[in-house]
Structures are given as C-alpha cells and as structure tokens.
Design a protein around this ligand. Structure first.
Ligand code: DC
Length: 229
C-alpha cells in the first residue's frame, strides 16, 4: 500500500539545490530517491539515440513508456544506464537539459512517465525531486517542499559546478538559459512548475546546504518522521 509509505517531495526550479538536498535527505533518512528530472533527460537522450524528433509526441511517449534504464551504484558512485550504456555524464549537459525541458512539455510524455515515478514509492520512504512531485505525482505526500533561489544565485551555483567539473561556461549565458527554462517550465499547460497549495516554500539564496537539511529535518520531525536522525 503506497499510501502508507512516507514521501518527502522537493520541487522547484533548476539550480535551487534540489538534487543536492534530496540526495542528502535520502541518505540521512535511509529512504529511496527519485530524480524525476533524470527520467525526462533519459527520454530526450533515447530520442537522440533512436532519431526521434523532439516534437513527435506519440513516438516520444512510446519511448518514455518503454525506457530501459537502471540506476546502479558502483563503489558508492551512482550511475545512470540507458539500454545498458553509461549516460551519467551525457544527460547532465546543458544541451541535454534543454532537450529534457522540451520533451517535458508534452502531456503524453508526462503521462507515460507517471506510473514509473510512482513505482519508486517503496518502504521505508521516498524523497522525490522534481517540478510536479507534490502537485501531480505524489499529491498525498507527507511533506512538500518548494525550494527556490534567485535566478542570479542559481546561475552562479551552476557556473561553479561546471567550473569544478572542468567545463567552460559563461555566467551570463547560463543566466539567460536558466531564465528561459524557468519560463518554459512554469508556463507550460501541463503540470507547470508551481508550489503545491500545501507546500512549504524555502528560499535558499542565503542558506547553506546544512541549514536547508536541518530545516527539512525539523519539518519532518514536526510530522513525527525524523526519529533517530
Ligand atoms: O531537474 P532537471 O534539470 O534534471 O530537469 C530536467 C528538465 O525536466 C527540466 O527542464 C524540467 C523537466 N522536469 C519536469 O518537467 N518535471 C519533473 N518532475 C522533473 C523535471
């Protein structure tokens, strides 16, 4: 019975820290982790691989439905496999994010990925990271968080991440891309990016990662869910 499994949803725009915070919370709680953005990135990657146009909604939905993916952990390092090939890095590029945003705007693709996402909800609990986790995928979640940060701060964080990974980038073009993707994700007709009515919004512009984790742990404790952490 999935209803009894506690779910923590963490939604918000790209670069607000959802990935980092979701991973840390899942580790801390010893819960499963759903990185729903990865499923959209993988669908877009499968489209490139099978030469499906990014506006062919029916073919993309079919790809999403039959996506052959796995998330193994090798020596503590999480990896993402598409049809057996390691695509962990390739799906993280700006171009892959842009393509993911395009396929994510198609209702049939979102529908095709819905059950796959719900299947991650297993005991002892789930941390679900995305845009519509609290509004559409897990409307009955125990705690819904909407993480935000200013666009400037998100561009700065992304820039730093890329620098650390040895990837060349320009801060001003990152800011433009973030603003364009925010606009597309929040204006689309289906499952637009917005906080659930019962979500707690947390602006992380001036918060450190440990401060955000502590705040979420406190909110879970208020719901009787942070025993022993
Ligand atoms: O979180 P991310 O950057 O990996 O997400 C990639 C794209 O997928 C992003 O443009 C928004 C979209 N997405 C979505 O529409 N719904 C989700 N639950 C997760 C991601």
């Amino acid at each position: 019975m999935t209803e009894q499994v506690p779910v923590l949803t963490i939604d918000g725009p790209g670069g607000a820290g959802k990935g980092t915070i979701s991973g840390l919370m899942a580790d801390r709680l010893n819960w499963h982790l759903l990185d729903s953005g990865a499923l959209y990135r993988l669908t877009a990657q499968a489209a490139v691989r099978h030469q499906v146009a990014l506006d062919d909604e029916a073919a993309l939905a079919e790809l999403a439905q039959t996506l052959d993916v796995a998330f193994p952990v090798d020596n503590g390092q999480p990896r993402t496999l598409l049809e057996g090939d390691d695509v962990s890095r390739v799906i993280r590029t700006e171009q892959a994010g842009e393509r993911a945003s395009q396929v994510a705007s198609l209702p049939a693709v979102r529908q095709a990925l819905l059950q796959r996402q719900r299947d991650f909800c297993q005991a002892p609990g789930l941390v679900a990271d995305g845009r519509d986790m609290g509004t559409v995928v897990f409307p009955d979640a125990t705690l819904k968080i909407f993480l935000t940060a200013s666009a400037d701060e998100r561009a700065r964080r992304r820039y730093q991440q890329l620098q650390e990974a040895g990837v060349d980038a320009s801060l001003s073009s990152l800011l433009k891309e973030i603003q364009a993707r925010d606009a597309r994700d929040s204006q689309r007709a289906v499952a637009p990016l917005k906080p659930a009515d019962d979500a707690v919004t947390l602006d992380t512009t001036r918060l450190s990662i440990p401060e955000v984790v502590d705040r979420l742990t406190e909110l879970l404790a208020q719901r009787g869910l942070a025993d022993g952490i």
